[in-house]
Design a protein. Structure first.
Length: 102
């Protein structure tokens, strides 16, 4: 098995030891209020630094279809453990909903 660091190369801030808890711990409310770290607040930076998993891609697709009136589940339950990406998914939705002007 290959070492993780050869498969997924961390961003420079991680490699240089500059990732602090205030950046690591995403906060949807702070994103909404425009007070979050730039990595979360700026949608271009957020999506450039975010690995779009199949689950996140599916969540965004279902939501976009629903907003366009093209079907899509009316209720989506995010079932992940602590640290499983729920807040990250909600921030992704927040940025996409703004982009879709919904």
């Amino acid at each position: 098995m290959k070492p993780f660091s050869t498969i997924a190369i961390p961003h420079r801030d991680i490699l240089e030891g500059r990732l602090t808890m205030d950046v690591f711990a995403a906060n949807l409310w702070e994103v909404y209020k425009g007070r979050a770290h730039e990595d979360y607040r700026d949608s271009n930076i957020f999506f450039r630094k975010t690995y779009i998993t199949e689950g996140l891609k599916n969540l965004l697709s279902i939501t976009e279809k629903r907003l366009k009136g093209e079907g899509g589940d009316p209720l989506i339950q995010l079932q992940t453990p602590f640290g499983g990406g729920k807040t990250h998914s909600l921030i992704a939705l927040y940025h996409k909903v703004k982009e879709w002007k919904a």
